[in-house]
Design a protein around this ligand. Sequence first.
Ligand code: F6P
Length: 474
Amino acid sequence: MRIGFINPQGNFDRNDSYLTEHPDFGGQLVYVKELALAMARRGVEVDILTRRIEDPDWPEFSAPLDDFGEMSERVRIVRLSFGGNRFLAKEQLWPHLPAFVEAIEQFYDQSEWPAYFTAHYADAAATAAMLHQRRDQRFTFTGHSLGAQKMDKLGVNAANAEAMEARYHFSRRLAAEREGMVLAETVVTSTSEERFGQYGHRLYAGAVDPADDSRFRVIPPGINTRIFNPDLDTDDPDDKAHVLAQLPYPDQPHVVVSSRLDPKKNVAGVVAAFAGSKRLRESARLALFVRGTDDPWTDMGRLGHGEREVLKPILERIEAAGLRDRVHFLNLGSQRQLACAYRVLAHSGSVFALPSLFEPFGLAPIEAAACGLAVAATRNGGPTEIFAGGVGELFDPEDAIDMAAALERALGNQQALAESASKRVAERYTWDRTAQRYLEVIEANLAMPPVTTVSPAQINADLGSRLKDYLDQP
Ligand code: F6P
């Protein structure tokens, strides 16, 4: 069986270029790649359908066909030209999606159509909905990050609606998500919280009912255990040297933060918690993983404008609190170096902190836990479920005192927490299990007649009035 994964944003290559460095190259891309490889290991042929980019600033993505250098006989990266040659951020892709659909049609009309598609994020939902309308294609929808929650977090309201729309195209995104929710045969979520909490948002009312078991399947993602495991012996000596060169006190406990420099990731929040708690400052150091600069104090390196804007107040806060010698920045170039750093830090009784204002799922703390770190994470979003039952500490990311208290408890109980978290990860979060469950869903869907077609106009007939109500009373 061949399955097409629709993922127009970001891109894929065997070096994982830009992964976690750019907002369009985040956890979703890891998810798509690892799920594709895990399905391939189960004998399925997979095409990842994405965009061909012929841009001197983004040279990695110009070949029409590519692979990951593993399972290459079964997993193709299919790059299709649409929307010109230059790299486009995901917010700029909307007007070009009909051309993506035509390119997909041309590609498969010359060979053989996949038996099924999986669509990832709103832009893929819009694409899959068009393929469904035009060519009766069947698909699952995995939202990854939903527009309504982003609107809530950004505080979209009547006063700023125009500016927000110009930048984020929320009305287009919501419409696409609603089409995905109606036309997909199954909506896949990573947690029950995502299903009931996020899909239950009033902007999705009328498109999907989160209580309808026939529409949803909760399938947690996994982690790459070839990379993220507790085995110190698997480390490449160069990776270890690279990590140790940046970690002056490898034997002391640290609070470890490995989040993108994005305001929603709230790295500043953990710095505030650290600066505000004497107990925390005395019992641990702070390790901030920031890709793209070796020493942010002297050189912001390859950091983009947005990242610099996030980093500057963090540096000021550290300086003002006199904490320069207790905060260490690590520039790690690959997932293997990241895992190596987690292992070294786990050995010294460290704790991984995930301070996001909201985290749809939370792959990073699972990867950290798999390497032996204890976890303290935001109570907004997926981590509540992943670390439920005392397997990790949870905190309010907007309350520095609560965050500091959770980190102190985690440091005090590091070993027991680390053991229970790594057990939870091994039991629940492997990509093979994720692939198996997706394939069960796809096979069950294929055994049933396809869902009846409803036009996008019908699906979104009342979206305008729902949006108006939302903006009037956010
Ligand atoms: O990578 C994590 C992720 O949630 C992706 O699913 C998504 O592409 C990205 O972050 C951005 O999401 P948003 O557009 O909601 O900020």
